[in-house]
Ligand binder design. Sequence first.
Ligand code: ZN
Length: 252
Amino acid sequence: MGKAFKSGLCAYCGVAGSTTADHVIARGFFPQDLRANLPKVGACQECNHKKSKLEHALTAVMPFGARHGRASEALLTVERMLARNKPLHRLMALGFRSVFRSINGSPWMRETTVPFDGESLELLGEYMVKGLARHHWGLDLGVDTYVRASFLNDVGAAAFDQFFEGSAGGRVVNDLGEGVFRYEGIQSAEDVNVTLWKMSIYGAEVGGDPLLVGQRASLIYGVSVSKDTRAAELLSTIFRDGELAAGRSVSL
Ligand SMILES: [Zn+2]
């Protein structure tokens, strides 16, 4: 492990000291030949372990919802993994559903979906927000920071975009692994702890909100902001009211 990750606080909890190096976006999401130079941050053992468990479960499911060419390679890895993991295999086979669906008034089409734990991806998205904020801007987002990541419905996304298109102190646009993981982030000029993110994995689309039939989302929106500020109030409202209860399924 590089010296840079052995000092300072864990990028994720902001409380414990960093003792390990963690890939902010797990290597398992990427085909073998596209794993070089992925962003890493310092993390404590406990956070690293918790995050790994989320990643392990999600790398098995995400390629199914993929619009990305290289995701088919990730699928091969998944097939090998499922062959070894019988309980996971059974669970996924049970959840495969073929349904007819019309999206935005288009002709009805048959669509196959797999069950998917959206909450796990949102939780992982929150780790990614903290990791990317550390990687790009050296932030220590501790317990006094509100961090949230979620899919948003059209109304929530529009509200989020108003902030996102505004003036920013810092801005990053990045594409890791030829489109496997794309993200864009901004940092506020007034409060360095305010960062906003849009992230996509494989361009995968999730859906399944029973109240918003046909609404899909492919972007995970993320935010960090100092607690007890006006900005925190505004941003947490967007996430509370605009959340797409997505992630019950991923489309094939
Ligand atoms: Zn930690």
